[in-house]
Design a protein around this ligand. Structure first.
Ligand code: PEP
Ligand code: MG
Length: 370
């Protein structure tokens, strides 16, 4: 077994010598980041921040959602700030010296509230017993108010950041303050702040200006220069098609191929296999799900357009991919040929991504020399 492991290591090191693509990881905790580093990840390409609002922090998020006044909203955000700062300190520490792309909160806010049915039952039971349903009633009203038929196409990502004042600012402040803390402790944090679900440059520009003001404020207060890039996910088809405009406001792009596939095909990523795609596969209409391997003809075409337009507008634009496709062998080859700078995948897929990135580069040089 030892010789096999040694052989695999040799193969991967060989691939590392050849590959043009960087390989990062998707990680949301210091623990995941450390594990991925051991697998050879060269940074974090996607740190999803939404789990940081679950568990015992749910109550603070509920307070934020239910706030009637600006003051209540500010209090909830102020309580979340030190918790978020702690999250980022841990992650920067685990990925010291390597880039860490932190994505601002993405999913619909109502996901942080209890489900409608559960609340409705609790309220009905309390009323039947002649008790006051109290807070549950307020929560139920909020869930009703926020209900959407298609939440994945609704109030999430940048839209949420623009509608709930202070939410993104709080996260940016937490990132910046965590970076300052690490720098003061002798660390080397490399923060990249990523805005999700952008469809138009105006959305990104608004968030970018606010984020820059927060970064400046933290730098002035701490006396420490906070190095941070600001960029965007490209995961809404319109963003891919207007990438030239969007690049004016972005220092980097990261393709969210999960959403790009969902919106490009009009398939719900959560229902597709159960609903009908499983049968497509059974009938052999398709050999593989487009959520697994990038659909080069369609979704991939949007990727190529965005790379070309983005680089034409900003030649030094850094471009990566952080959807599930970033760890799929065939898709890694596609991203190599599309000229991306890096792929980002789950920690366990990092070795395979390194290997395939090396093979893709090797294939390309073999093809060039023919
Ligand atoms: C994506 O859409 O590809 C992505 C990486 O973001 P998420 O899966 O969190 O929507
Ligand atoms: Mg997405």
């Amino acid at each position: 077994a030892d010789t096999l492991v040694a052989a695999v290591h040799r193969l991967i090191s060989h691939a590392d010598g050849a590959r043009k693509l960087g390989v990062r990881t998707n990680a949301d905790t210091g623990e995941d980041a450390s594990r991925a580093r051991r697998f050879g990840a060269e940074g974090i390409g996607l740190c999803r921040t939404e789990h940081m609002f679950l568990g015992d922090r749910r109550e603070l998020v509920e307070r934020l959602i239910l706030a009637d006044t600006e003051q209540e909203q500010e209090q909830a955000l102020a309580a979340l700030l030190p918790l978020q700062r702690g999250d980022f300190v841990e992650i920067f520490e685990a990925m010291d010296g390597q880039p860490v792309t932190v994505r601002l909160i993405d999913p619909p806010l109502h996901e942080f509230l209890p489900p409608l049915e559960e609340l409705a039952v609790r309220v009905a039971l309390a009323q039947e017993r002649g008790q006051d349903p109290g807070r549950d009633k307020t929560l139920l009203a909020a869930v009703h108010r926020m209900h959407e038929q298609n939440p994945m196409l609704g109030l999430r990502g940048v839209r949420l950041g623009l509608v709930i004042p202070g939410l993104f600012d709080m996260q940016v402040r937490a990132i910046a303050e965590a970076a300052v803390e690490r720098i003061k402790a002798g660390g080397d944090p490399k923060a990249e702040i990523m805005v999700p679900l952008v469809g138009a440059v105006q959305e990104l520009e608004t968030v970018r200006q606010e984020a820059e003001a927060v970064l400046k404020d933290v730098a002035e207060r701490s006396g420490v220069d906070v190095p941070a890039l600001i960029g965007t996910m490209i995961e809404v088809p319109r963003a891919a098609l207007t990438a030239g405009q969007i690049a004016e406001a972005a220092e980097f792009f990261s393709f969210g191929t999960n959403d790009l596939t969902q919106m490009g095909w009009g398939f719900s990523r959560d229902d597709v296999e159960g609903a009908f795609f499983g049968r497509y596969l059974e009938q052999g209409i398709f050999g593989v799900s487009p959520f697994e391997t990038i659909d080069a003809d369609g979704i991939g075409r949007m990727v190529k357009i965005a790379v070309a337009e983005g680089r034409a507008a900003r030649p030094d634009l850094k471009i990566g991919v952080c959807g599930e496709h970033g760890g799929d062998p065939e898709s890694v080859h596609f991203f190599h040929h599309a000229g991306l700078d890096y792929v980002s995948c789950s920690p366990f897929r990092v070795p395979v991504a390194r290997l395939e990135a090396g093979r893709a580069a090797g294939d390309a040089s073999a093809a060039d020399s023919r």
